[in-house]
Design a protein around this ligand. Structure first.
Ligand SMILES: *Cc1c(COP(=O)(O)O)cnc(C)c1O
Length: 429
């Protein structure tokens, strides 16, 4: 084997996964076709339960980060468990409200909220804006004034902490586009009294995603806590502290060691000891990633001169994380039938070298038609999917105790091109 990537690995033999949430995955793939995103409702409920248990006794609201998986049925599951939502667009606002998440449990993050989006959020009556710049603060003031309402706002602090995660999902360094420095936030509070339509009484911090170590959380929270104490001393009450998301998950069995919810919440409790306002949390990945698999069939096996390629019917348009972040996903056979091992580069059919799920991956020898499960795909899988290479969006199914429901039907070719039209009605703007 040629070791040409840090992803090459021969140490672990993948465990087959014939079932998910009591559902036979072979039968499911026969029914619904592949590629197929399948999610375990029980796995999601378990994660919610773990976090809720850890938070007992605190005035805390879990605002699920919608972007991790924005399917309506997933959001309805969150709503049923009493969760709120962390949204980053008017589209996510609409999805969250449609799924029954009360506006009073919705917080709005993101560096580029438009006036229209701010207006829609005010009209819906969301709980709070997480404000990322002075310009945005003034935009909220302006839009709220026009509506004769007062917006609740938290300043997103950039604590300049390295989340020790992939650069593309790190958000809490001074060089990142997110949030403002404590020095700048201090000025906002000092000047905040002049804003008639923004009640600036919250702090927010989110330092990045897929964090597997408590240290960056602890550092960031201690910086935020010191600032909260300083604000209170200066006569600025702090009604809410939003600690963001970022909890990492196990993408690689035997390697990734995620932080337990209880340990994470303990760090929050210690850092914010004495805080008597509302605590907000914005987990995304933690709640849904490990609940999902991407079911895919082997199309063919291609013996190259140096490597063997396993060509799947799933591609980077269905799951972008490997090509975007060099992310590892465990890939396992669905069938438990024993076979000799082989080493493959696992790729999709898209015309890009980046359309690679794994390099030098050891799997039981495959044949065309074999069903594989790419694991850990419940977060940032379907929600980041595209139709690149004119591949329709995959179907999605929610599984629950041996039953399944289609929660997104496979896109048809007609649906994929709907909205496109010939350039015939030429107009001058
Ligand atoms: C993406 C995001 C989250 C969720 O991050 P996870 O790593 O999925 O938990 C939370 N808050 C904000 C502001 C985000 O941008």
């Amino acid at each position: 084997m040629i070791a040409s990537s840090r992803h090459d690995d021969t140490s672990s033999v993948p465990e087959p996964q014939p079932f998910l949430d009591g559902v036979d995955l072979h039968a499911l793939a026969e029914r619904l076709g592949t590629p197929l995103h399948a999610y375990s409702a029980n796995a999601i409920r378990r994660r919610i339960g773990e976090l809720q248990t850890a938070l007992q006794g605190l005035d805390a609201t879990i605002c699920y980060a919608v972007k991790a998986n924005s399917n309506r049925a997933i959001l309805e599951l969150m709503a049923a468990a009493g969760l709120g939502a962390d949204i980053v667009s008017a589209g996510e606002l609409q999805r969250a409200l449609a799924a029954g998440i009360p506006a009073a449990r919705i917080v709005f993050s993101g560096v580029g909220k438009t006036d229209e989006e701010i207006g829609a959020a005010l009209d819906a009556g969301i709980a709070r804006f997480n404000v990322e710049s002075l310009d945005e603060l003034h935009a909220i003031e302006r839009v709220a004034a026009a509506r004769h309402v007062v917006a609740n706002a938290a300043v997103r602090i950039n604590p300049d902490v390295d989340a020790l995660t992939h650069a593309k999902i790190s958000t809490g360094r001074a060089e990142n586009k997110f949030g403002v420095s404590i020095a700048e936030a201090r000025r906002w509070f000092a000047e905040g009294r002049q804003l008639a339509h923004v009640r600036l009484d919250g702090l927010h911090v989110h330092i990045g995603s897929q964090i597997l170590d408590l240290t960056p959380f602890r550092l960031a929270l201690h910086r935020v806590a010191a600032f909260w104490r300083e604000l209170v001393q200066a006569g600025h009450p702090v009604a809410s502290i939003d600690v963001g998301g970022g909890l990492g998950v196990r993408y690689r069995a035997g390697q990734d060691q995620p932080v337990a919810a209880a340990d994470y919440v303990q760090v929050v409790r210690e850092a914010l000891a004495g805080f008597d306002g509302r605590l907000l949390l914005e987990p995304g990945r933690y709640l849904v990633a490990e609940a999902g698999v991407l079911l895919t069939r082997v199309l063919r096996i291609k013996e190259g001169t140096e490597r063997s390629f396993l060509v799947l019917d799933a591609a980077m348009n269905d799951l972008q994380r490997p090509s975007l972040y060099d992310a590892w996903h465990d890939i396992v056979p669905v069938s438990p039938e024993p076979r000799p091992l082989a080493t493959y580069d696992v790729v999709g059919p898209v015309c890009e070298t980046g359309d690679t799920f794994a390099r030098g991956r050891v799997l039981p020898a495959c044949a065309p038609g074999d069903l594989l499960a790419i694991q850990g795909t419940g977060a940032y899988g379907a929600s980041m999917a595209s139709t690149y290479n004119s591949r329709p969006l995959a179907a999605e199914a929610l599984l629950d105790d041996g039953r399944y429901a289609v929660i997104r039907r496979r896109q048809t070719l007609e649906e994929m091109v709907a909205g496109e039209q010939p350039a015939q009605d030429w107009l001058a703007p």
